[in-house]
Write a protein that binds this ligand. Sequence first.
Ligand code: ARG
Ligand code: ZN
Length: 880
Amino acid sequence: PTIRRTDYQPLAWTVEAVDLYFTLDATATVVRNRMRCRRQGTGPLVLMAEGLERLSLTIDGAPAETVRETDTGLEIDLPDDADEAVVEVVTRCDPSANTELSGLYHSGGGLYTQCEAEGFRRITAYPDRPDVMARFTVTLEADKAAFPVLLSNGNLVDSGDLADGRHFAKWDDPFLKPSYLFALVAADLVVLERRETTRSGREVLLQVWVEDGNLDRAGHAMDSLVHSMRWDEATFGLELDLDRYMIVAVSDFNMGAMENKGLNLFNAKFVLAKPETATDVDYEHIESVVAHEYFHNWTGNRVTCRDWFQLTLKEGLTVFRDQQFSADMLAAAGGESARAVKRIEDVRVLRTAQFPEDAGPMAHPIRPDEYQAIDNFYTATVYEKGAEVIRMLHTLLGAEGFRNGMDLYFSYHDGQAVTCDDFVEAMSEANGVDLDQFMRWYSQRGTPRLRAEGRFDAAARQYTLTLTQVRPDGDAPLHIPVALGLIGPKGADLPLTLAGEAVGTVTTRLVELKDTTTTLVFEGIDAEPVPSLLRGFSAPVILELEEDDRRLAFRMAHDSDPFNRWDAAQRYMLRVILAMSADAAKGELPQVPEPFMSAFGALLHNEKLDPAYRAVALTLPAEAYLLEQMSPADPVALRRALIVLMRHLGERLADSWLGLDTRLAVAGDYRYHPADAGRRALRSLGLRYLCAAGVSQGVERALARATGESHMTDRFGALAALVNSPASAEAAIALADFERRFAKDALVMDKWFAIQAGAWRWIDSAQPALARIEALMGHPAFSLSNPNKIYALFGAYFRANPAEFHRADGAGYRFWADRIRDLNGRNPQVASRMARVLENWRRLTPALQSAAQAQIKALLADKALSADVREVLEKALGDA
Ligand code: ARG
Ligand code: ZN
């Protein structure tokens, strides 16, 4: 059934307090749930329940009489004159049979929960909606030997031993919370602890719980937690509100992590790190995911969502907060250039994941209007575009105005479940600005385009810029902040003076577009300038500005805005690659234009630019983004072009890459630091190009680094270079060496699976990715019940290896359909994510389109399809 945003109704009965008693067992867990319910409207008490065996149900101590079973659970009529009732329900569930990993499930011998969005109803019968905020007390009882550690939300108030080798722990959460923030852990774990004092002087206990043997990998997560606490205190005046804050690493987990009150559960890959097993990128991800979940404590938990359509209220805001945190951390250690690199990486994610989503059949506003399965709406749009919308508010209001808006938001709504309107209204009121037009960002789907045209009038010494918004659905105009500058012929920014103003000195200005067309006239311009628009990517739009190759090369060399300088390089690369792909599609040998080679070389040789910056600037746009720009999308032609281009860049610049590789080597022990990480990133990128070209010195260095005594960042960088190169003999040696070293380390083996699933086929004789993947499915380290393995082996193939997946013979699509069918029965959330990889099939070449469509249709004929997968495939198929 379709759920609609405008159908929201408060429940007739809410829960004020709930007391849960868990008799835990891997195959038969009994939950006694006592709820103090309060009437707030007319109608029955509604409880959601899924897959539970009901053992008893009483109202105020007497067996319940009028209970109706519904599609989603139970409805209970309570006396008309009753305003309060104590409802007690006892149910049983089987955690070991829970392969969906939603609700209470078994992983690696322990018991864990995941409740957002609708998992709590798989644990007990409850009004499982975010607008029901209750006070929770929880008692856990279990066998002490099997489950020595018993954790839940809040503060530990009692614990002890029971008869028959059992024990218990009682937890009390002093804060009201919705059921999706409930969590429990019963497992055999060890803990890393730290005591900190909050800004107001309270002692808090911080814990990171991991499996025995992993304590030496928990330190970075702990450091990240402390940094997050300090940052939120300093930036937003927000403190930790509990005496104890726990992070628990779980091996089987559907997503990244979950912000349960005081008890965050994490996919182990976002907790565990030591230099031998984790790359710089892993360290960065851990820091930002730990921060993200910590920041949710205020933006999500203290103030939560009224209903799931408001998801971006907490997710967009919290992603924005974690992006700012990471940027500040990087800038503190690596300067402003490191901040720019972070912004570039965030925009790269947006363009690769969100732009295609917004241009396809799953397109939705950051606040969707309807859904069938809410789990399908934890999307790049809600998260990443949602964060861009918050960032625009930050840009428009300034850091101080934004902070004032946050303060007002908490003063009004602490302890409440609210809507996106409530947030924007607080921002508006605190700053005395009208944000009604801005609210349209919450209701329009699709990426807006911004068409820009410049005209220079030498006689009048004027430069006129015309900016026109083009919205995909032809909706009403948006309120768009555009930061812009004009670059003079010598490469320096010009002071910007608008007609009618006193002569100014500012070189970057923020213009607020509110109309469909805005015309800006700049005065005192002596020679035709080069516009630099949307500096810092000030709005999530597609900029359409005609620029010839010379201009792009000029901006690559001179744009003072580091984001736009990078973007100029991306645009130039995009143009070159699309032209080369068109040649490849015609069966011609693609040619690399010489002016592009000089512009690329100039960036590479510019020692004034930090290595980290050069690494992002010299990385080609992601294949998924390139395919999005190509019509029709021809993954095989694109790959041929990329291979030629990479070979050319490696061969022609071989001496430079080799020189950098020697000069930028990092001495001493590994430390996670942006300056070191930047050097490592540029060296690994160099190996990619060198190996792609088969440059023998490059291949030798890569093999030595992949198989020698080094840390994971260098080792994996070198392995990736070899696997994606014609050096197949060296690649095989490196892969075997890696397997031997890490065979017992599940997280590291995920890297090994993923790198092979994503491997480019360099020469026609190399093994196709699909054959390798089919063989790897039988590898002892592979497992269909572990989501990380699915994402590593199948996800990397479907998403990161388009040329091998979109095979002309349709074998990739058949393999895809078989995986969806199989995963659908095990884990619909994971299956649905994998199902989405073909949603933009209509952009493919005609032959690929019909092969893809046939598989989608065949899957849809299956009656057993979960709601999650069905929604995705039906939308993908459309009215065909
Ligand atoms: N709230 C979690 C986070 O962003 C993610 C929960 C995702 N849940 C889901 N069913 N996909 O940190
Ligand atoms: Zn989140």
